[in-house]
Design a protein around this ligand. Structure first.
Ligand code: DGL
Length: 274
């Protein structure tokens, strides 16, 4: 859409593009839809590159900007949300340099966790790639300097969230193992707050809470991302009625009935292949 058309009052149908390696970004999408109910949405799951958490920095830094470039050409979004901690902590500067669009990234919610923790021991549960980023050191230094910050990367928890969204049964023991990666570290017995630093994890937060040996506060960044997106688009016009949101997969996938139902639960009734 040209500026002229916008000024002439034409309806601005450009979507917000929400991007993740898989279904994790749905935890962010839920908050965005609540904040901006009329926003047209394209949700992209890079199943062709999934999982990101076990890849190298170089692989992620090369893949994400190139793929988002293709997606931006195809869907012409007004704004892109990288609803993935792994991609954001590694590739955000590259994406911003490559695309002339507002880009909202996802960062581990260490600041809000430090604000809430009484025991001053917080855990960061993310992917292996995220928890080893210097970005996490910086956030810890800046916002949680008086806290013990424990970190654990769990590729298994990402798979559990994917399986659970497909409607498959997942065993309690697997969630205990993931949380145990934090609780069993020195100081873990005093941890009272856990940052869900992978967008897949809020989707299974109830399972983590259920197997936790004591009440823990789980914190993620989704509501902050939705607020930031609303601020950046506050002067935008939106279509009058909510348009059907689209789910896009980057590689062939058999969409099971369970996954289809979960996607529909997030308003994604149309499914496409890139
Ligand atoms: N959902 C992603 C994140 O927030 C990554 C999961 C993966 O592909 O390993 O980090």
């Amino acid at each position: 859409m040209t500026v002229g058309e916008l000024q002439a009052g034409a309806i601005d149908n450009r979507p917000i593009l929400v991007f993740d390696s898989g279904v994790g970004g749905l935890s962010v999408l839920a908050e965005v839809r609540q904040a901006l109910p009329k926003a047209p949405i394209v949700y992209v799951a890079d199943n062709g590159g999934f999982p990101y958490g076990t890849k190298t920095e170089a692989e992620i830094a090369a893949r994400v900007p190139a793929l988002l470039g293709r997606l931006a050409e195809r869907y012409r979004p007004r704004l892109i949300i990288i609803a993935c901690n792994t991609a954001s902590t590694i590739a955000l500067p590259g994406v911003r340099a490559a695309l002339d669009l507002p880009i909202v990234g996802t960062v581990p919610a260490i600041k809000p966790a430090a604000e809430r923790s009484t025991s001053r021991v917080i855990g960061v549960l993310g992917t292996d790639a995220t928890v080893r980023q210097p970005y996490v050191d910086d956030l810890s230094r800046q916002f949680a300097s008086d806290c013990l910050v424990l970190r654990h990367g769990s590729a298994a928890l990402v798979q559990l969230a994917e399986a659970s969204l497909r409607g498959e049964a997942t065993p309690d023991g697997a969630y205990s193992d993931a949380l145990g990666g934090l609780l069993d570290q020195s100081g873990g017995d005093r941890m009272d707050t856990v940052v869900l630093a992978c967008t897949h994890f809020p989707l299974v937060a109830d399972r983590l809470a259920a197997i936790a040996p004591r009440p823990l506060t789980f914190v993620d960044g989704a509501s902050g991302i939705a607020r930031r997106t609303a601020t950046l688009t506050r002067d935008h016009s939106w279509p009058d009625r909510a348009t059907p949101a689209i789910a896009v997969f980057t590689a062939p996938i058999e969409v099971s009935e369970g996954l289809k139902a979960s996607l529909a639960g997030f308003g994604l009734s149309k499914i496409e292949r890139l």
